[in-house]
Design a protein around this ligand. Structure first.
Ligand SMILES: [Ca+2]
Ligand SMILES: [Ca+2]
Ligand SMILES: [Ca+2]
Length: 230
């Protein structure tokens, strides 16, 4: 069998591209924020999660709230079988009032779920699960957040751009978030909206660098060079 160097190189390239495409299809859902308001009943109480890659089937993803440093409660909510687009923001509201707060005051195309398990107060850690394994975490499941750097009592935390889920960087890092502990304290609804609107911009996504992009660019360059030589 005759072996031409170029076909071998092409074969390698195809293999690398296939691998990179497998990597690209790794869907990810990250914690985008958490809110413990100061309106009556402590509203709005909500967890924000965002799809940073397309997700074909959300039902392998779930969320849990580890309350008061009591350790993980495991997955307390499972998403239904549905797909997600890049940039989709899911607002996991503790109750109808918390949902209404965002629905009435923000034009963002949030996708809402209401569930008892989303009753967060500023000392609770948040876990996002993929296939039953913790994929992203906010806070420490085994530590009551009171007095911790990640406390968000009567306030909120919002993920900063270009930060990765905790599973991809060795654990939770509070510097990945803008945290306003007590930020909502004493504010009325308009005050809540004003503060949240000023900081919580979900439009610039937090894209996770994908090695596949570089390889695809390289492939494009190779093809262009080949065409020029012909
Ligand atoms: Ca509160
Ligand atoms: Ca819980
Ligand atoms: Ca709590």
């Amino acid at each position: 069998m005759k072996f031409r160097p170029f076909s071998f190189a092409a074969l390698i390239l195809v293999a690398i591209i296939s691998l990179s495409l497998v990597g690209r299809s790794d869907a990810v859902l990250v914690i985008a924020g958490v809110s413990d308001g100061d309106l009556p009943g402590g509203q709005p109480r909500a967890i924000f999660v965002q799809a940073v890659s397309p997700i074909a089937d959300l039902s392998i993803w779930g969320v849990g709230v580890a309350n008061n440093g009591g350790g993980t409660d495991g997955q307390e909510f499972t998403f239904p079988s549905m797909s997600a687009e890049v940039g989709d923001v899911f607002v996991l509201a503790a109750n109808a009032n918390s949902k209404s707060f965002f629905e009435n005051n923000f034009s963002d195309p949030f996708i809402y779920f209401i569930d008892n398990s989303f009753v967060v107060s500023g000392d609770d850690a948040i876990e996002v699960f993929q296939d039953g394994t913790v994929f992203d975490v906010f806070g420490d499941q085994n530590t009551d957040g009171t007095g911790e750097v990640w406390e968000y009592k009567d306030g909120f935390a919002i993920r900063l751009p270009n930060t990765n889920p905790s599973s991809q960087q060795g654990g939770f890092d509070e510097s990945d978030y803008l945290i306003q502990n007590g930020g909502f304290d004493g504010r009325d609804e308009i005050g809540h909206v004003a503060l949240f609107a000023a900081v919580a911009d979900f439009t610039p996504l937090n894209p996770i660098p994908e090695p596949g992009v570089g390889i695809l660019a390289l492939l494009a360059a190779v093809i262009l060079l080949q065409r020029r030589r012909r």
